[in-house]
Write a protein that binds this ligand. Structure first.
Ligand code: ATP
Length: 233
C-alpha cells in the first residue's frame, strides 16, 4: 500500500538514506531498528514529505506522492507522530485533537469523541493545556491527535522514548486493538525491543541508510541476532 523505492535523501547535498526501499501492506505493522544516527528519523520525515528525496520514489496504492507536501499526505491519510511529540503546548487537549481532525481527510463531526473512547486518560484532561501534561500523557495525545486524522498508515517515531512503563503498555494495547478492528498500517521506529517485538509483523534493520536485513518479531528474542544486527543487546 505504501511503497518507497531506492530513496536517496538527506540534508543539503549530504545523503543520509542511500537507496532505501520498503513497503507496508494494509493492516501491517512494520518496525524499524537501527543505531542512533542511521537515518530512521530522516526516513520518517521523507515518507511524510518534510524532506524531498534527491532520487527514488514514494507511492500510496500505486499513486506517486514523492513530491507531495505533508498537508497533502495528511489528506491522503498518512499520519505522523514525530519524535518528541510536538503537540501544541498552549492549546487544550480538546483543541489539540480538533487540530488533528482538521488536518485529516475525514471532517465528520464526532471523530474526536470516537477517538477519545480509546483514551480514557485523556478524557479526564480535556480542558488542560497540552504543555501541562506529563510526557506519557503528551505521547498519548500525539497519537490520539494523529488518529483524529483517520490515517490509513501511521508513522510513529520512538513513541516510548522517556515514557513511564504503564503508559508504554497502554500504547501497545491500544495499537494492537486498532489492528484487530481496522486496516490501518503502522511504520514504527523504536529502540525499545520489547515494544517493537510486541507490535511488529516484520522488523527492518537500517544500516548506513539502507535496509540491511529484515527480521521476524521472533528473531528479536535471540540475543545473538540482536547483537549482530542491532548492537543493542
Ligand atoms: N537537520 C539536519 N541537518 C543536517 N544533518 C542532520 C539533520 N538532522 C539529522 N541530521 C543527521 O542525519 C543523520 C541521521 O539522523 P536521523 O535523525 O535520521 O537518525 P536516527 O537514526 O533517527 O537517529 P536517532 O536514533 O538518534 O534519532 C545523523 O548523522 C544526523 O546528524
Amino acid at each position: 500500500m505504501l511503497e518507497a523505492k531506492n530513496l536517496v535523501a538527506g540534508y543539503g547535498a549530504l545523503p543520509i538514506l542511500h537507496g532505501l526501499s520498503l513497503h507496508v501492506d494494509d493492516n501491517e505493522y512494520v518496525g524499524i531498528l537501527g543505531h542512533n544516527g542511521m537515518g530512521k528519523t530522516t526516513l520518517m520525515r521523507t515518507l511524510i514529505g518534510h524532506i524531498t528525496p534527491m532520487s527514488g520514489s514514494i507511492s500510496l496504492d500505486g499513486e506517486p506522492i514523492t513530491g507531495a507536501g505533508a498537508h497533502k499526505r495528511a489528506r491522503m491519510r498518512i499520519g505522523y507522530v514525530p519524535q518528541g511529540r510536538e503537540i501544541f503546548p498552549s492549546l487544550t487537549v480538546r483543541e489539540n485533537l480538533m487540530m488533528g481532525a482538521l488536518s485529516g481527510a475525514d471532517k465528520r463531526r464526532g471523530i474526536v469523541e470516537e477517538v477519545l473512547a480509546d483514551f480514557p486518560r485523556l478524557e479526564r484532561l480535556l480542558e488542560r493545556n497540552g504543555g501541562a501534561l506529563s510526557g506519557g500523557e503528551q505521547q498519548l495525545l500525539a497519537i490520539a491527535r494523529c488518529l483524529c486524522g483517520r490515517p490509513r498508515v501511521m508513522l510513529l517515531d520512538e513513541p516510548t522514548e522517556g515514557i513511564q512503563p504503564s503508559i508504554i503498555d497502554e500504547i501497545a494495547d491500544l495499537l494492537l486493538a486498532i489492528r484487530k478492528r481496522s486496516s490501518m498500517s503502522i511504520v514504527l521506529v523504536e529502540q525499545n525491543l520489547d515494544f517493537i517485538q510486541a507490535l511488529s509483523d516484520r522488523v527492518l534493520i537500517i544500516h548506513r541508510g539502507k535496509v540491511s536485513r529484515t527480521l521476524s518479531a521472533k528473531d528479536l528474542s535471540d540475543p545473538d541476532v540482536v547483537n549482530e544486527f542491532v548492537g543493542m543487546g
